[in-house]
Write a protein that binds this ligand. Structure first.
Ligand code: CO8
Length: 259
């Protein structure tokens, strides 16, 4: 991790990892090298037995101000298409380890989309979310038109995408895009605390729960519930399910084996 230039990665106590997007001069604009480093780090952390959850954050001024406009400025269609430009951004949504976006400041364009690729979004009270691509003559390219509508509903998503207006942390929480809001200076610690809480449970069971919730993006209600039930049944094949329920009955804390 020490060779990265655009992100900082740190393993913290309690089986959690902290990734800080670090391009302070460009408000963490998401250039290709940054995304490549982020994908490399998250793929490695996903396979690390000592990591139960990952927090991704930026600076107090900006989580990320979008894709790097200077890098995109002179791109042509043929190159964007043949290189499938930005398709690898969504790799983050494919890892099994839970991810928490801790958003202070601007989460705009690709920055808002990056936050939405994470499993939980926590925000500092001055955070601002938006999809301002329309102002640049383009549209969101990494799920902004798809994931935002599922989080905040059609009318609000349309407003953000068609006007480029920003949404405050308070509005984002009220609409369900953000799980919780914290004072700016407490945000990362609170995100790490939540990550540690998740990491204290059985890792395979946490991953099954994540997989089941994420399935709701892709499936009908009936298929989704069937999928959930099958995974629920499969938890009965694990020692940790037996330990969790036995500990409850014996009025003690569980000791999960598979972390
Ligand atoms: N790209 C490149 N550089 C940026 C970006 C960006 N997105 N955002 C800010 N910067 C740079 C500025 O150019 C400036 O650099 P310099 O000092 O060299 O001129 C530096 O960061 C500081 O920025 P500002 O001076 O503008 O700071 P302000 O505090 O005045 O303004 C704002 C902050 C409002 C956030 C402003 O910087 C801004 O509007 N930024 C652009 C926001 C934006 O339009 N984002 C959407 C980008 S498009 C996009 O994300 C497409 C996604 C589709 C692909 C998805 C991938 C799959």
């Amino acid at each position: 991790f020490s060779s990265y230039e655009n992100i900082k990665v740190e393993k913290k106590e309690g089986r959690v990892a902290l990734i800080e997007l670090y391009r302070p001069k460009a408000l963490n604009a998401l250039c290709t090298p940054l995304i490549n480093e982020l994908n490399d780090a998250t793929e490695k952390l996903d396979l690390d037995a000592d990591v139960g959850a990952i927090v991704i954050t930026g600076s107090e001024k900006a989580f990320a101000a979008g894709a790097d406009i200077k890098e995109m400025q002179s791109k042509e269609y043929i190159n964007a298409y043949t290189t499938n430009m930005f398709a690898n951004w969504a790799n983050l949504s494919k890892i099994q380890t839970p991810t928490i976006a801790a958003v202070n400041g601007f989460a705009l364009g690709g920055g808002c989309e990056l936050a939405m690729l994470c499993d939980i979004i926590l925000a500092g009270e001055k955070a601002k979310f938006g999809q301002p691509e329309i102002k640049l003559g383009t549209i969101p390219g990494c799920g902004g038109t798809q994931r935002l509508i599922r989080a905040v509903g059609k009318s609000k998503a349309m407003e953000l995408v068609l006007t480029g207006n920003m949404m405050s942390a308070q509005e984002a929480e009220a609409k369900g895009l953000v799980a919780r809001i914290y004072p700016v200076e407490d945000l990362v610690d609170e995100a790490l605390k939540m990550a540690r809480q998740i990491s204290s449970f059985s890792k395979p069971i946490v991953q099954m729960a994540k997989e089941a919730v994420n399935a709701s993006y892709e499936m009908s209600l009936e298929e989704g519930c069937r999928f959930e039930r099958r995974i629920f049944h499969s938890t009965f094949s694990t020692e940790d399910r037996l330990e969790g329920m036995t500990a409850f009955v014996e009025k003690r804390d569980p000791t999960f084996k598979h972390k």
